[in-house]
Design a protein around this ligand. Structure first.
Ligand code: NAP
Length: 250
């Protein structure tokens, strides 16, 4: 018999997850708005959020900024012994919420799939998922299922995760968003590297603007890395401007 997974939040990532989980598990999805048509197209059951919350394994895939409200509202619906996971792109803040709001009789696990509908368009194989076990939860069985799905599983702490993401994902989305404003795709001569840069812009463009804001607002290290980048850009600009002031002849 297939196990049932409840997905709470049916946005870009919730739907992407449903597509990959439904061949192996029965999936019951719920969200704030009605996504019954999308659920039907993906072959998953559409139900009230409460029903998704009552399953033995629950994956909460809402915006990071609404995670607290969702966990607080649905905490009484989580079944005793159930596993409650998040998929947020930051970990310190969501893991503290899981710890605070998920009732003591449940297990909880912080996760961050380091891929999405764009980067894993061709499949999950070779992509990475970070796991942050909470309250002594043994992630072994989950890790082996995820490995079977082709994923590389890395166990880490919420703090280590956020330090890494501040220099990778959060920085990429910051730069992608800034470059998007420059309209860098609007050239007739382009190198291969430029095409990759344009791909970065389009990938960050497809995610919701809320995700960029949340990835920075809730990562305690993101502002420091942004500051470092801006300082370096200003310094480099200063050096180039000095050379320009010396003239073109040197
Ligand atoms: N996008 C990615 O590539 C990616 C990759 C890895 C992890 N993640 C993580 O996945 C999570 C969701 O991101 P996303 O990209 O799917 O964002 P999204 O497309 O904006 O979807 C967010 C979902 O949260 C739902 N939601 C918001 N407030 C809610 C509430 N109070 N009650 C119930 N549902 C609520 C929204 O509901 P309605 O649509 O029903 O209104 C929406 O479906 C985030 O934690 C993000 O960090 C995303």
């Amino acid at each position: 018999m297939k196990r049932t997974i409840g997905i709470m939040g049916f946005g870009r990532f919730g739907q992407f997850m449903a597509a990959h989980l439904s061949p192996r598990f029965d999936v019951i999805a719920g969200s704030r708005s009605d996504h019954a048509t999308e659920a039907e197209a993906l072959g998953v059951e559409w139900a009230p959020l409460q029903t998704a919350a009552e399953q033995d394994c629950v994956i909460v895939s809402v915006s990071i900024s609404t995670l607290r409200d969702v966990l607080r509202s649905f905490a009484p619906s989580f079944s005793r012994g159930a596993l409650v996971c998040d998929v947020s792109s930051v970990k310190v803040y969501p893991c503290s919420l899981l710890d605070a709001y998920v009732p003591g009789g449940c297990h909880c696990l912080g996760t961050h799939p380091l891929f999405g509908p764009d980067t894993a368009r061709a499949g999950l194989a070779g992509h990475t998922i970070a796991l942050c076990p909470l309250r002594g939860y043994d992630p072994g069985p989950i890790a082996s299922t995820l490995s079977d799905m082709g994923l590389e599983v890395i166990q880490t702490t919420p703090d280590e995760h956020d330090r890494n993401m501040a220099r990778s994902l959060a920085l990429i989305h910051f730069m992608g968003s800034a470059l998007s404003g420059l309209g860098i795709g609007d050239v007739t001569l382009a190198t291969a590297t430029h095409r990759r840069l344009c791909e970065l812009v389009s990938i960050t463009h497809n995610d919701s603007p809320q995700l960029l804001l949340d990835m920075h607002r809730y990562n305690p290290y993101a502002a420091g890395v942004r500051r470092e980048l801006i300082d370096r850009l200003v310094r480099l600009d200063g050096e180039l401007s000095s050379l320009e002031a010396e003239g073109m002849e040197h």
